[in-house]
Write a protein that binds this ligand. Structure first.
Ligand code: PLP
Length: 356
């Protein structure tokens, strides 16, 4: 099966091989070296001097971590799809008050909307933004939104789960307090690891937080990171795999080359899909470079397209949430040779012709 999923995604053979190596103790010198390399590579990739922690969970674990460490009472969630909604649910389920800025599906949150909403709820401590809303294929204008949040002096949490590794992120320049992602999306590493940068201000907030729990206590991550370790057993194979992937990215020409590759794949898919007479769900000014959300053809549901593509050996992603029937998605994250994109588009053209 050739994967055009939105996580877990296909991984390079070298990255998978890295996971098959013999284990070593997470208190050993070998581990410390692996941890240090991975963290330093991530800091470089995210352009930050902030701590970058390695979390033994998927990305949603860090969502919960930000709420428990850095929000006492109230937060604002920018929502334009299912993952923005999830952040709000995480806040509510942890007993926090949640303000919601909900904007139309298929369009991005604008800085003006955010500014207006913040003026109506000046008592929120933090704002959450889904950088790349995987459910609708929309990318939000993060630098502009971040500027609004920082001008108001709020903490900024960015769910970059389906962006980091495939889209530009400059943590320090943009002023992001916590910026996190999962291993199984744009990095092209198997699931089980999340990474997140955490600012000094977020750590100060964590220091005073009550009932923040133990497993996701940012201060414990900070304490153990001093000696390149963690306060529990980390997913060593995933960390080794991520370190390998970051090393390969560097060897292939660094971040700029990497982002260019994602742009190129995305363009090829979007142009290919439009050439078949299909249209994209998001507006033209906010289309994600890591996932394409495509409107189903008139005569066939998105789910039907997904099923027929599977029969041809291509695993796409189903439409998500309320867009389940009306769309299907094509991810371009992870290990995807360019020829596979052509083959996938060919198969898609056969699938949709079956109905016409
Ligand atoms: C996949 C995804 C998540 C959930 O991440 P997990 O690693 O499954 O916890 C959150 N946000 C976005 C934008 C995602 O794409």
């Amino acid at each position: 099966m050739k994967l055009f999923t939105v996580g877990p995604v296909a991984c390079r053979p070298e990255v998978l091989a890295e996971m098959g190596r013999q284990m070593f103790s997470h208190r050993s010198e070998e581990y410390r070296e692996l941890h240090r390399q991975t963290v330093e590579r991530l800091q470089k990739f995210l352009e930050t001097k902030n701590q970058v922690f390695l979390f033994p969970s998927s990305g949603s674990g860090v969502m919960e971590g930000t709420v428990r460490n850095c929000v006492d009472k109230k937060m604002l969630c920018c929502i334009n799809g299912e993952f923005g909604k999830r952040y709000a649910e995480v806040g509510v389920s942890n007993g926090r008050e949640v303000e919601r800025l909900e904007t139309e599906l298929g369009s991005a949150t604008t800085p003006e909307q955010l500014e207006e909403k913040l003026s109506q709820c000046p008592d929120v401590e933090a704002v959450t933004i889904t950088y790349n809303e995987t459910s609708t294929g929309v990318i939000n204008p993060l630098p502009e939104l971040a500027k609004v949040v920082k001008e108001q002096g709020k903490l900024l949490f960015v769910d970059a789960v389906s962006a980091m590794g495939g889209v530009e992120i400059k943590v320090d320049e943009w002023g992001i307090d916590v910026c996190f992602a999962s291993s199984q999306k744009c990095f092209g590493v198997p699931p089980g690891l999340a990474v997140g940068s955490v600012s000094e201000e977020a750590l100060e907030k964590s220091e005073k937080a009550k009932n923040k729990g133990w497993y996701f206590d940012f201060k414990l991550y900070e304490e153990y990171q001093e000696d390149w370790g963690t306060h529990m057993t980390p997913p060593v194979p995933q960390i080794a795999a991520l370190n390998k992937e970051l090393e390969i990215i560097e060897k292939e020409g660094g971040k700029a080359k990497r982002l260019e590759l994602y742009q190129r794949r995305s363009r090829m898919i979007k142009e290919g899909v439009e050439a078949l007479g299909l249209s994209l769900f998001p507006k033209t000014d906010c289309q994600s470079p890591t996932v394409s959300c495509v409107r189903a053809p008139k005569s066939m549901s998105g789910l039907e397209v997904y099923k027929r593509m599977r029969q041809k050996g291509f695993e796409l992603a189903k439409g998500y949430g309320s867009l389940k029937d009306s769309t299907f998605r094509i991810g371009n994250m992870g290990y995807i040779p360019m020829e596979d994109i052509e083959e996938m588009l060919q198969a898609l053209s056969e699938v949709i012709k079956q109905q016409f």
